[in-house]
Write a protein that binds this ligand. Structure first.
Ligand code: ARG
Length: 434
C-alpha cells in the first residue's frame, strides 16, 4: 500500500478501519477511471492556463495521464487495493513517473469534485448509449410493424378482449422506445453540467479556468455553485436511473408478453434457439432465460434508486456516505444496458405463429366492433352494447382482417401512423444513428 494522499507525519492508520472505509471503492473506481483521467487532463491544462504549471510540466503530466489510460485499458496497469481509490492511484502514478511535477497535479482540486466529474462524464456516456439502444429497438419495432400485420388477440385483464395485430403490438413498443430515447436525452442534457473546479465544495483561492474545462470536457454548462455541485451528487444519479428505469419498465412488460407468448399454452411466439437455455435435470426443457433476466433488470435499477435516495438524507457538503452511491449506479447501468443491448436482435428475430394466434381469437372478441357498428347505424350505444353481448358478430362476420381494416381511429390497426413515429425518431437524431 502506498501512503494515503491525506497522510501526514504522525497520522495513525488502523488497517481494519481503512479496510472498512475502502470497502469495494477502489474496484468500483475502475469503472470511472478513464473518465477520471480525462478530467485530470482537463484540470492539468487549466492549471497551465493560469500559470500554476509550465507548458513543459503540463505536457509531461498530460503525456503520463494518457499513458496511464492506455496501460489501464490494456491491463498493464491494474487498479486494485494497493490504492485507497482511483483518484489516489492517478496521483501515485504521476508521482512515480514525474516526481515533483507529478506531485503538483492536485493543486486546486479535491477528490470531492474529482469523483463528481468522473461519474458525470461516465453517466453522460451511459445515457447516450441508452438513447441509442432505445432508438435501435424502436427502429426494429417500426420495421416489423410496417411489414407484418398478423391478427393477435388483444387482452385486457389478461382476458380476451378485442382483435389486435402484431403490427399494433410492435407499433406500441416503437412509440414507447421513442419516448424512452427522448427521456434518456433529456436526462443527459439535465445533468450536462461541469462540477470540476468546485474542489471540496467551497471553491479555491485560484482563478481556475472553469470555462475551459467545461468546454474541453464537452459539458453544455458549468455547474456554478460549489455547494450545489455537492448537492447534485446522488440527485443527478437518480435522474439518470429514472431514465434507465423508464426504459426497463417498458422492457419488463415486453418481456412479460414474450414470457407468456412462448408458453405451450399460448404458443404465439418462437424465440431463436440462442435465446433459450436448458434445465440441468429436465431434458425436455427450453427456458427463455434471456427474457426473464430482461424482465428482472428493472429490479436492479429500482434498488439502486432506492439506495441512493436513502443515502441522501444528509446535510449539504460532501459526506463520505455518498461513496456508496457508486455501487448501485454501476450495477444498475451495467445490468440494464446489457439487457437492452440484446433487445434489438431479440425483437428482430422473434417469430410469430399465425395459426395459434388466429385460433385464440374467439367470436366474442368481435362484440365491440358489432356494438360500435350498430351505434354508427343509429342505435344508442348502450342498447347496441346489450345486443352485441348476445350476438357479437359484425356484418363482416368472424373475420380478424376485416376487424383490423375497419380500425380507422388514428393509431388503430388501419391507421398506425408509423410515419408520425418515424418522424419523431428522426427528429431525435440519436447518437450512433446520425
Ligand atoms: N471514494 C470517495 C467517494 O466516492 C471519493 C471522495 C473521497 N473524499 C474524501 N474527502 N474522503 O465519495
Amino acid at each position: 500500500m502506498t501512503d494515503y494522499l491525506w497522510q501526514k507525519p504522525g497520522t495513525c492508520v488502523d488497517a481494519r478501519i481503512m479496510k472498512f472505509l475502502a470497502g469495494d471503492d477502489v474496484l468500483l473506481d475502475a469503472a470511472f477511471f478513464v473518465c477520471d483521467i480525462r478530467a485530470s487532463i482537463a484540470h492539468v491544462e487549466s492549471l497551465q492556463r493560469i500559470g500554476m504549471l509550465t507548458v513543459e510540466e503540463a505536457e509531461s503530466l498530460v503525456r503520463e495521464l494518457r499513458a496511464l489510460a492506455d496501460d489501464f485499458s490494456s491491463g498493464t496497469f491494474v487498479l486494485d487495493a494497493r490504492y485507497e481509490d482511483g483518484h489516489s492511484a492517478i496521483e501515485a502514478r504521476l508521482g512515480e513517473r514525474l516526481g515533483e511535477v507529478g506531485r503538483k497535479v492536485h493543486a486546486g482540486r479535491s477528490r470531492n469534485d474529482q469523483v463528481l466529474v468522473a461519474t458525470r462524464l461516465w453517466l453522460k456516456e451511459r445515457l447516450d448509449e441508452l438513447e441509442s439502444l432505445c432508438a435501435q429497438a424502436a427502429v426494429v419495432c417500426l420495421d416489423r410493424a410496417a411489414h407484418e400485420a398478423l391478427p393477435l388477440p388483444g387482452y385486457t385483464h389478461l382476458q380476451r378482449a378485442v382483435v389486435s395485430s402484431t403490427a399494433m403490438w410492435f407499433a406500441g413498443f416503437a412509440e414507447a422506445f421513442i419516448d424512452d430515447a427522448l427521456r434518456a436525452r433529456q436526462a443527459r442534457d439535465w445533468i450536462d453540467a461541469n462540477p470540476l473546479g468546485t474542489a471540496a465544495g467551497y471553491g479555491v483561492n485560484l482563478p481556475l479556468d472553469r470555462d475551459y474545462t467545461t468546454q474541453t470536457l464537452g459539458f453544455a454548462r458549468m455547474q456554478v455553485s460549489p455547494v450545489y455541485a455537492q448537492l447534485s451528487r446522488g440527485k443527478f444519479e437518480i435522474a439518470a436511473l429514472d431514465a434507465l428505469g423508464a426504459v426497463l419498465l417498458d422492457a419488463r412488460r415486453l418481456a412479460w408478453d414474450l414470457s407468456l407468448f412462448t408458453t405451450a399454452e399460448f404458443d404465439f411466439v418462437d424465440l431463436p434457439d440462442e435465446y433459450t437455455t436448458g434445465s440441468s435435470i429436465m431434458p425436455n426443457k427450453r427456458n427463455p432465460d434471456v427474457i426473464e433476466l430482461l424482465r428482472a433488470s428493472y429490479a436492479t435499477v429500482a434498488a439502486a434508486r432506492v439506495e441512493i435516495e436513502s443515502l441522501l438524507s444528509l446535510p449539504s457538503g460532501y459526506q463520505r456516505d455518498l461513496q456508496y452511491s457508486k455501487g448501485g449506479l454501476w450495477h444498475g447501468f451495467t445490468h440494464g444496458l446489457a439487457a437492452l443491448h440484446l433487445l434489438p436482435d431479440l425483437l428482430a428475430r422473434m417469430q410469430w405463429n399465425a395459426a395459434p394466434m388466429h385460433a385464440a381469437i374467439d367470436p366474442a372478441m368481435y362484440a365491440t366492433d358489432r356494438a360500435i357498428e350498430l351505434a354508427r347505424a343509429g342505435t344508442p350505444f348502450r342498447d347496441a352494447y346489450r345486443r352485441a353481448a348476445v350476438d357479437p358478430l359484425p356484418a363482416a362476420g368472424a373475420d380478424p382482417q376485416a376487424s383490423l381494416s375497419a380500425r380507422v381511429s388514428p393509431g388503430g390497426a388501419a391507421d398506425l401512423r408509423l410515419d408520425v413515429l418515424r418522424a419523431r425518431l428522426a427528429a431525435l437524431r440519436p447518437p450512433q444513428l446520425g
